[in-house]
Unconditional design. Structure first.
Length: 92
């Protein structure tokens, strides 16, 4: 279930300090029978850099979050969302 839910998530980080995330799963506390236990959401916002660390400021469904991200090789982006670690591989 986790692989299917998070496997659809994509992130686009632009050179003009914008960030867009699509298909991020938001899990329901009371899922409906015969339906996935999550809805897919889209986030957007901006990013800033402080040394090797990036701060992603995103909004979604009327809420906002500050996430911490790092990359060591420019090919893999690790994003911390509270207790979750999201890893995005670069697509060519």
């Amino acid at each position: 279930m986790w692989s299917v839910a998070y496997g659809q998530a994509t992130i686009l980080v632009t050179g003009d300090n914008q960030v867009f995330m699509k298909n991020y799963p938001l899990f329901s506390a009371k899922p409906q029978r015969n339906q996935p236990p999550y809805d897919l959401d889209a986030w957007s916002g901006d990013w800033s850099r402080d040394g090797d660390t990036y701060t992603l400021h995103v909004t979604y469904t009327g809420n906002e979050k500050f996430l911490t991200a790092t990359t060591t090789d420019g090919l893999r982006l690790s994003v911390k969302d509270g207790g979750k670690l999201l890893i995005f591989d670069r697509a060519d």
